[in-house]
Ligand binder design. Structure first.
Ligand SMILES: Nc1ncnc2c1ncn2[C@@H]1O[C@H](COP(=O)(O)OP(=O)(O)OP(=O)(O)O)[C@@H](O)[C@H]1O
Ligand SMILES: [Mg+2]
Length: 465
């Protein structure tokens, strides 16, 4: 198990003061060692990695300032706090410049010191949490630029690893912005075809009449404007991967031709009778329900089965909220690297808990793409600050946490009894939270963002009223 006790070295030449402070810190759960000189402290620091160093500034021999400097050089993560005798700003600035976290001036109350310590430890916890998230990003929760740690994404990564090695046709479905194209590229990248091309064709972006020539190519004079012979995307993707985006929008005639390609791996250029053989892997994507289009007679059933050899479904972001913090981190890193001049990783923006709550409670109709845009915008709004705040998020997220009721309540002409109205809403929501959690007050309190004791008190009061 990790050692959670904080190891603290207290350096002070005044014996009685040192003993008193050491005792109080020990009472608060710190593991305290004492040193009465800079030399003794330095020797001790040389062979033990303390979490915290608290030192008097004025010491005979090596003084506090030099001690801090050498401690921080050795352990960049150590929290050094200095006790200044006369508390001049100049001294304090100097030690902080040498790497101290903060200072307290004599005489001080122990609470003052404890407060400084708490703040430092909290800051360090956040920093290591960010480092932890980054480390997570580096390993398990990443697959060729796709990020996620939800069950759905873990299953997806597994599936991708197995299908990448094959040449099977894949049908990716998911709402807009769920990552269909990144997944298609990832499959190509991790397949034996990665040395050859990944060719994408968006079937809905090209007029029907041109789509056929785009896909199969054409010969000179095949149609008005066909001045030369031209390779289609299928030929360009030879030995590689062809990504057919929005495949559900293809016309029936083209669907039949595509079926032939999938079955026979052959086709003709428009206006030509010469048959061309190709070796391509096809990955198709759709954001409509192809099964339903088949049922409605708009999409060929045989083609659907040919495409749907391996179905990959990307769930909407609102169904995998646990991916949000990791994605946020991923995009922060991305924009950080793209910023000009680039910021060092250590100076990377963080996200306040309030902003993270908003990000996690918003339903994201535009899925990951919309989240990416929101983070990019917030990054731009956070100039000169180190943390993205709730206010930096796009307007549609500003009221995410307000109850939906607010817009439906209107003030009656002749006024109302505010307290009674609010009490009735409170009663209603408490009742619902208890119903939803089967009467579990702890869970109900969580749903309402209340302390359990507060909820219990409220219930008692409501029962009295
Ligand atoms: N899991 C993910 N990890 C990292 N980035 C992602 C992830 N999913 C999506 N993205 C990013 O979100 C953006 C949208 O992804 P993509 O273009 O693949 O979506 P799509 O499903 O093809 O959307 P559309 O249906 O609108 O074409 C891209 O910038 C992509 O890099
Ligand atoms: Mg797409």
């Amino acid at each position: 198990m990790a050692d959670l006790t904080k190891h603290l070295l207290l350096v002070e030449d005044e014996g009685p003061l040192r003993e008193a402070v050491a005792e109080q810190l020990a009472d608060r759960g710190y593991h305290v060692e004492q040193a009465e000189s800079g030399e003794a402290a330095l020797a001790r620091i040389a062979d033990f990695a303390f979490d915290i160093l608290i030192t008097d500034l004025r010491l005979p021999g090596i003084d506090g300032s030099a001690l801090v400097q050498s401690a921080v050089e050795r352990y960049p993560d150590i929290i050094a706090i200095v006790i200044t005798g006369f508390g001049t700003v100049k001294d304090a600035v100097e030690v902080i410049r040498r790497g101290a976290w903060d200072f307290v001036s004599k005489p001080f109350q122990i609470d003052e010191l404890l407060h400084v310590l708490d703040a430092a430890l909290e800051q360090r916890r956040l920093k290591s949490e960010n480092a932890y998230l980054r480390a997570q990003l580096d390993a398990r929760y990443r697959f060729e630029g796709i990020v996620g740690k939800s069950r759905a994404m873990a299953r997806l990564f597994q599936l991708l690893e197995t299908v990448a090695a094959t040449a099977s046709t894949i049908l990716i479905s998911g709402e807009t912005g769920t990552g269909k194209e990144v997944v298609a590229r990832a499959i190509h990248q991790s397949s034996p075809r990665s040395m050859h091309r990944f060719v994408a064709l968006n079937c809905s972006a090209i007029p029907e009449t041109l789509l056929e020539a785009e896909l199969f190519g054409h010969v000179r004079g095949a149609f008005t404007g066909a001045v030369g012979n031209r390779q289609g995307r299928l030929e360009q993707a030879h030995k590689g991967t062809l990504f057919l985006d929005e495949v559900g929008t293809m016309s029936q005639a083209l669907q039949m031709k595509l079926l032939r390609v999938l079955q026979e791996r052959e086709f003709e250029r428009v206006g030509d009778s010469h048959t061309i053989k190709v070796d391509v892997r096809v990955i198709a994507a759709t954001n409509s329900d192809l099964g339903k289009l088949v049922a409605d007679g708009q999409f060929r059933e045989d083609l659907f089965y040919r495409l749907n050899v391996i179905p990959v479904e990307l769930p909407p972001l609102r169904d995998r909220k646990e991916d949000i913090p990791l994605l946020v981190q991923h995009f922060l890193e991305k924009f950080n690297a793209e910023s000009d001049p680039p910021r060092p990783l250590a100076a990377m923006l963080t996200v306040s808990q309030e902003a993270m709550r908003r990000l996690m409670s918003y339903p994201w109709p535009g899925n990951v793409r919309q989240l990416e845009n929101a983070i990019e915008r917030a990054t731009a709004f956070t100039v000169g600050r180190s943390q993205i705040d709730a206010n930096d998020l796009p307007p549609e997220l500003q009221h995410a946490e307000q109850p939906a009721l607010s817009s439906t309540v209107s003030l009656p002409e002749d006024g109302m009894d505010l307290d009674r109205f609010v009490a009735s809403i409170e009663r209603d929501l408490i009742q619902r939270s208890l119903e939803r959690t089967g009467g579990n007050k702890g869970q109900a309190a969580k749903l309402l963002n209340l302390k359990r004791t507060t909820l219990v008190e409220k219930i008692k009061r409501l029962e009295r009223d």
